[in-house]
Design a protein around this ligand. Structure first.
Ligand SMILES: Nc1ncnc2c1ncn2[C@@H]1O[C@H](COP(=O)(O)OP(=O)(O)OP(=O)(O)O)[C@@H](O)[C@H]1O
Length: 248
């Protein structure tokens, strides 16, 4: 479980996160949603340790990440998988080499063990035949799958996905969401997804936190989000004329 307690962050005197608290449970796909500039990515960066919060605590199964020894921080980092928004794949490496990369960097496994593990992960995301291609030779949806395979190659306890649907068509988006949810269920991962995609909210939002101007204004799930009474959340959910009409 990941617990965040009263996390605050400011840049150049401007408050970005104003005391965010919440819990993310194992086996759940938890979403952080909100409009542009509300602090979702900054919160994610605090969680994965790219940014240090000014105050507050981020606990990984009870271990206070930012207030732990370097050794414990290293342990926690090894338990994280991250799917970056742009994919962050190496164009000069093959798909298989991209997936294997964290194993090369962080383990003492033999080459055969690393290849077996990378191939298992590629198979899990439905790309068993794409290992020898390079990222430039595959589609956007396939790149996301490679990113997911690489994010799970170290068998993470915690998985972070930054806007996994960006740049994808609606059908591919749903497939990527479903894959993230399946993997989360199957391996009991604590998964945190940043999104502003309404179909993700309704499709995989087992736990949802809504941020607005650096504050958490609502939390719940996809079964009760449409009944919420928070004006800012409704404005976010029903931003388009089409959705407003459908709601009516
Ligand atoms: N390193 C930084 N230095 C200064 N300001 C920053 C920095 N990183 C983020 N910000 C500011 O923090 C605010 C929140 O940014 P953040 O990227 O978290 O938004 P977001 O909710 O993820 O938006 P989007 O959905 O558009 O990605 C923005 O006003 C941004 O300009």
């Amino acid at each position: 479980m990941i617990e965040i307690k009263d996390v605050c962050k400011a840049f150049n005197g401007r408050d970005i996160l104003l005391g965010i608290s919440g819990q993310f449970k194992p086996g759940d796909t938890s979403l952080i949603i909100g409009g542009s500039g509300t602090g979702k990515s900054v919160l994610l960066k605090c969680m994965i340790g790219i940014i240090k919060p000014e105050s507050g605590h981020i606990l990984y199964d009870g271990r206070d990440f930012h207030n732990s020894s370097e050794e414990i921080q290293k342990d926690i980092r090894r338990e994280m998988g991250v799917l970056f928004q742009g994919g962050a794949l190496f164009d000069s490496k093959t798909v298989l080499e991209n997936v294997k990369f964290p194993l090369d960097m962080l383990t003492n496994m033999s080459e055969k063990e690393k290849i077996d593990r990378a191939e298992f992960c590629l198979q899990r995301v439905g790309l068993e035949n794409a290992g020898q291609r390079t990222p430039s030779e595959i589609s956007g949806g396939m790149k996301k799958r490679v990113g997911i395979a690489r994010a799970i190659v170290m068998n993470p306890k915690y998985l972070f996905c930054d806007e996994p649907n960006s740049g994808l068509d609606p059908l591919t988006s749903v497939r990527i969401d479903e894959l993230i949810k399946e993997i989360t269920d199957e391996f009991g991962i604590t998964t945190v997804v940043i999104t502003h995609d309404m179909s993700s909210v309704m499709g995989i939002g087992e736990s949802i936190m809504f941020l607005y101007k650096g504050k958490k204004l609502w939390e719940g799930d996809n079964s009760n989000i449409l009944q919420n009474t928070v004006p800012e959340l409704n404005e976010f959910l029903f931003s388009s004329k089409l959705l407003q009409d459908l709601r009516k």
